[in-house]
Design a protein around this ligand. Sequence first.
Ligand code: NAG
Ligand code: NAG
Ligand code: NAG
Ligand code: NAG
Ligand code: NAG
Length: 409
Amino acid sequence: MAETSATQILAIVFCVTAAAAAARAKVYSFNNQGSTSVSSLNASDGICKSVVEPQGYACQEHTVTTKDGYILSLQRMPSGLSGKAADKPPVLLQHGLMMDGVTWLMNLPDESLAFILADNGYDVWIANSRGTRFSRGHASLHPNDSAYWDWTWDELAAYDLPATFQYVHDQTGQNLHYVGHSQGTLIAFAAFSQEKLLNMLRSAVLLSPIAYLNQMPSPLARGAADLFLAEDLYWLGLHEFVPRGQAANKLLEDICGKPGINCTDLMTSFTGPNCCLNSSRTNEFLDHEPQSTATKNMIHLAQMIRTGTIAMYDYGNENDNKDHYGQPTPPVYNMTSIPNDLPLFLGYGGKDYLSDVKDVQVLLDNLKNHDDDKLVVQYTDEYAHADFVFAVNANQIVYDRLIAFFKIN
Ligand SMILES: *[C@@H]1O[C@H](CO)[C@@H](O)[C@H](O)[C@H]1NC(C)=O
Ligand SMILES: *[C@@H]1O[C@H](CO)[C@@H](O)[C@H](O)[C@H]1NC(C)=O
Ligand SMILES: *[C@@H]1O[C@H](CO)[C@@H](O)[C@H](O)[C@H]1NC(C)=O
Ligand SMILES: *[C@@H]1O[C@H](CO)[C@@H](O)[C@H](O)[C@H]1NC(C)=O
Ligand SMILES: *[C@@H]1O[C@H](CO)[C@@H](O)[C@H](O)[C@H]1NC(C)=O
C-alpha cells in the first residue's frame, strides 16, 4: 500500500492548504458533526448568498470562460458594510490548492481579508480555480470526462489567471492588485516570470510563497512525492483527485494505522504548527471544504519536490516533452525574469513546512536584483502555512501591512 499512502500524504501536503488533512484528521479526533455558519454553506447556492450576504455585505456572482473552455465563478464585493461604493482599485484574491474562494471569508468579518479589504474601500474580486465546486463548468466537457482533468498549475497560470485578470480589468476599467496564497502564488510567479499580466497589474502580494519545494522539512512529504511519482501512470488514471473520496478515506485508515503517525495532528505535520487559528472554526470549515484538483496537478507538484525546479509538467520522456514543448525537457519558469520594478510583497513564516524558510530563501536569491523600493519581505517567526489566511490575528500581523503596501502602489 506504499503508493496509496503516498497519495494520501500528497493530498495533505498541499492542502491550504491542508484542508484535507484537517478534514480527515477530524474523522479520528472529532465527531463528523458541525452546524454553525460555515458548515451550513449550501453548495447549490453560490458563495455570495451563503457566505457574504449573511454578513450584511453586497456581493455579485460573475462567471468567466477561459480560452480552454473552463467556466469559472468569481465573486465581487463592490462595497463595505457601510454600503459606500469602493473608491479604491480592484483586488483579486486567489486561493491555494484544494481550497476555493471561501478561504478569504471564513473568519469573522474583521478577521477575514475579503471583508477587511471591502471595508477599506477596495473593490474585491474572489477567484475560484477550475475543478473547485463553484467552477466545474466547461464549454464542452463534464467533470466526469477524463479530459476535463487534463491540466496542472501550468494551465492555471496560462488560462485561469489571464481570464480572471482580463475580466476584472474589463469590468472595472482599472489595473488590479493581486493577493495569492500558496498555489495562488506559484501560478502568479509563473505568469509574471513570462512577463504576462503585467499590463493589468498594480502590485502583487504573495503569502506563503511557493516556487521551490525542494527543501521542505517533512520527510513524509518528500517520501510521498517519490512514491507518487513512481506510480504516476496509475494515479493519472484517476483523473480527478478527490480529497475526500472513498479511496482517500481508506488510505487514511491505512496510514493512520502506522506507528509514529498521529492522525489527530496531520494539519501540523504538513503545514507546520499554525500559531493562531480558531481551531474549532477552521476544522469545521475544512471538514466541509477540501476541493478537488487534477491528479496530474498533484504529480506536477511532486515533480517540483523531487527536482527543486520550477518548470512545466514533465511528461517523463524526451519524445513526449518534444511533442508538447518542442524540446526534450520541460521549459523552466525563470524567476529572475520577473521584472525588477514590479511591486511585490512576500509574506512568509518561520514555522511553515510548505513554504519553508530555505526554499523561500532560494526564491529571494532569485529576486536579489529586484528594486529595493519595490520589494517588501515580511517574515513572521510564529506563522505556519495556514496562519496567513486563517489566523485570527492575521488582520494585525499581515493585512494591515498589506493594505499599507497597496496604498503606496
Ligand atoms: C440549498 O439551496 C437550495 C436552493 O436555494 C434549496 O432548494 C435547498 O433546500 C437548500 N439546502 C439546504 C440544506 O439548505
Ligand atoms: C457523473 O458520474 C457520477 C458518478 O458516477 C454519476 O452519478 C453522474 O450521473 C455522472 N454525470 C454525468 C453527466 O455523466
Ligand atoms: C496526537 O496529537 C494530539 C494533538 O496534538 C495529542 O493530544 C495526542 O496526545 C497525540 N497522540 C499521541 C498518541 O501522540
Ligand atoms: C472560534 O470560532 C467559533 C465558531 O465560529 C466561535 O463560536 C468562537 O467564539 C471562536 N473562538 C474565539 C476564541 O474567537
Ligand atoms: C534566467 O534568466 C537570467 C537572466 O534573465 C539568466 O541569466 C539565467 O541564465 C536564466 N536561467 C535559466 C535557468 O534559464
